[in-house]
Ligand binder design. Structure first.
Ligand code: NAP
Length: 291
């Protein structure tokens, strides 16, 4: 089996590369050698590589910047996924694509199901929703995994910011009025690899039977404040921290270009029941992330 992975340097892409190594030949690429905004080159790449499965964790993920350059975010997050799906359909292969909890407005007040109505409140969410819909409209073999609050120790993201702040500030203030499902990139990658492996020697038949949209995230829900508290308390190098107080704050105190949903945790029962894969509690993954 040949797997083409677009976005190998991202939080999730890095882990997917490793988690899928035992499934077959993995050809891993990233920006700028492959640009999702360049549709012609993208089609050419897929037609040349002829993958059995295309993994697309690449995306325009800067939520605030997407408000400032929505056209580019739209090309990458909305148009490109449809192109990937079309090319994979021509080859008879499968696309595994990732979307976001930010397709929801956050007003539901309890964990979102796949059947809940999306209503994005920022440009990133608008683009990602259009991307999901484009993949679905093509009608090939495709799985779209909607995930939430992805983190990894390796690069960027909220967890590394929290660890840096804890070494720079005695008093830390983190918002407690945004709730999501913190998701370790490695867990997400390994769950993806397990789904592919479920198909045994015939992954395409299996993926075809299970094509569709799934919520896939760390189990449970946490505010950013609760998430930061776990990250700080479980930090094995706590002696390096100078923070003595972690205080809850409100989103309105830190104005940003993009609005965020107040509650976007995901109910992942459909994924767990379909693939017989229980998803670990978000706190457990933080502990495992530290090793
Ligand atoms: N991070 C989260 O909290 C979160 C939450 C919900 C859903 N998701 C979704 O989960 C998936 C993985 O997220 P992640 O956190 O792993 O993302 P990430 O770390 O930001 O990685 C995204 C990757 O995409 C690449 N990329 C950006 N623009 C590109 C372009 N025009 N052409 C090709 N590649 C491009 C990036 O390259 P450069 O670094 O060179 O730009 C990077 O390697 C994405 O679909 C994202 O929308 C993420």
């Amino acid at each position: 089996m040949r797997i083409l992975l677009i976005g190998r340097n991202g939080q999730l892409g890095w882990e997917l590369h490793r988690a899928c190594m035992t499934l077959g030949e993995v050809i891993a690429v990233d920006y700028p050698e492959v640009d999702l905004a360049q549709v012609g080159a993208l089609r050419e790449l897929i037609a040349t590589v002829k993958p059995t499965i295309l993994l697309n964790p690449a995306a325009y993920t800067n939520v605030d910047k997407a408000e400032i350059e929505p056209e580019l975010a739209h090309k990458v997050n909305a148009v490109a996924p449809g192109v990937l799906a079309e090319e994979m359909k021509k080859l008879g292969g499968a696309l595994i694509h990732y979307s976001t909890d930010y397709v929801f407005d956050g007003d539901k007040g309890s964990s979102y199901l796949e059947t809940d109505q999306p209503n994005p409140i920022n440009q990133y969410g608008v683009g990602k929703l259009a991307g999901e819909q484009a993949v679905q409209a093509v009608g090939g073999i495709s799985l779209t995994f909607r995930t939430s609050w992805v983190y990894s120790l390796r690069v960027g993201g909220f967890v590394n910011k929290v660890l840096a702040w804890a070494r720079q500030q005695e008093v830390m203030r983190i918002v407690d009025d945004q709730t999501g499902s913190p998701t370790w990139a490695r867990m997400l990658a390994e769950a993806t690899a397990q789904v592919i492996a479920r198909g045994g020697g015939n992954p395409l038949d299996y993926l075809q039977q299970h094509s569709g949209l799934y919520h896939l995230a760390g189990a449970g829900a946490a505010s950013r404040y609760e998430w930061a508290r776990e990250v700080i308390e479980r930090d094995p190098k706590r002696d390096e921290q100078i923070a003595t107080q972690l205080l809850p704050a409100k989103t309105a105190e830190f104005p940003n270009p993009a609005s965020r949903p107040v509650f976007s945790a995901l109910d992942c029962s459909k994924f767990s029941e379909t693939f017989l894969l229980p998803l670990p509690d978000w706190k457990e993954s933080i502990q495992l992330m530290y090793g």
